[in-house]
Design a binder for this molecule. Structure first.
Ligand code: C2E
Ligand code: MG
Ligand code: MG
Ligand code: MG
Length: 278
């Protein structure tokens, strides 16, 4: 907390720090309440093929709308939840909700055929994560081979041995595995050799200047080649413009998601959007 603690010096705990801690505590309490009061909701962002613009799946993204207030973005409340086991409760809720929707879509022949869910480190490494996934997939068997768990490189490298075992068991259960924000973390390619990964998600940071920065293009081309050799699917994140999309297509990227085609949206809006695509 204190920037430098030299021996014999005092640790200054200033008002700003105290206020920040207080704010995080309040946010965490409010979030706990929100979970109980059903103020959380899943939105869905379509993922499309670059070749034919076919819908391949969607990513579930958590939304928090406190009544009478502006929505609070996940970039703000997820890190706070991640400080405690609250992220496990929230993560379980997200997984359950996602599986219920995916199973429903399957039974009604509507909606995307695949759904991706973000999994936080603490949740992924919690002792009963795999057995809870097993129970969930027994309850929603239609989600097997259709539910994609997105973890970041940081999650995996936090404990590589454990991650390897967990990922193998998750694969046996019929989960698909994706590396989110690929290229921004520790980017040791070594782990790709030994982990049963199905997909890489190219971080938006590489896409942003793809049409103007040859270096970014070179990096993406490399990652795409690696993915082809390892037979991994690739989804480019954060595609906002037509030039970005056409560059990705030229480079042979198979799939993308981004504001250019669709923002994350509630389920009923997604159904409308999908019927407009047909
Ligand atoms: P992420 O998993 O990398 O999700 C992609 C983020 O990029 C989403 O932000 C999405 O709305 C945004 N995005 C998609 N297309 C575009 C685009 O074209 N331009 C720009 N500027 N942004 C785009 P969102 O929904 O605010 O979520 C932020 C992060 O919060 C997520 O990043 C993920 O790490 C985390 N998050 C969201 N929902 C969950 C959840 O249910 N569980 C966990 N553990 N984390 C979540
Ligand atoms: Mg994600
Ligand atoms: Mg993520
Ligand atoms: Mg991402």
């Amino acid at each position: 907390m204190a920037k430098r603690i030299a021996p014999g010096s005092h640790v200054f705990f200033n008002r700003e720090m105290a206020e920040e801690i207080q704010e995080r505590l309040q946010l965490s309490n409010a979030l706990q309440q929100a979970l109980r009061n059903e103020e959380l909701e899943l939105h869905f962002q379509p993922q499309l093929s670059l070749e034919q613009d076919r819908v391949l799946g969607a990513e579930a993204l958590l939304r928090w709308q406190p009544p009478g207030q502006a929505p609070i973005p996940p970039g703000l409340f997820i890190p706070v939840a991640e400080e405690t086991s609250l992220i496990c409760e929230i993560g379980d809720w997200v997984l359950q909700r996602a599986c219920a929707r995916l199973q429903h879509w399957r039974e009604h022949n509507s909606g995307p055929v695949r759904l991706s869910v973000n999994i936080s480190a603490r949740h992924f490494h919690s002792p009963d994560f795999v057995s809870r996934m097993e129970t969930l997939l027994q309850r929603f068997p239609g989600c097997r081979h259709r539910l994609i768990l997105e973890v970041t490189e940081g999650v995996i490298l936090e404990n590589l041995d454990e991650s390897r075992q967990r990922m193998a068991r998750l694969k046996e259960l019929g989960c698909l595995l994706s590396i989110d924000d690929f290229g921004t973390g520790y980017s040791s390619f070594a782990y790709l050799r030994e982990l049963p990964v199905d997909e890489l998600k190219l971080d938006r940071a590489f896409i942003r200047h793809i049409d103007t920065h040859p270096r970014d293009r070179a990096i993406i081309a490399c990652i795409l080649q690696l993915a082809r050799q390892l037979q991994l699917a690739v989804v480019a994140e954060g595609v906002e413009t037509e030039p970005q999309r056409s560059q990705l297509r030229l480079l042979g990227c198979p799939a993308y998601q981004g504001f250019l085609r669709a923002r994350p949206m509630p389920e009923d809006a997604l159904m409308n959007w999908l019927s407009g695509q047909a």
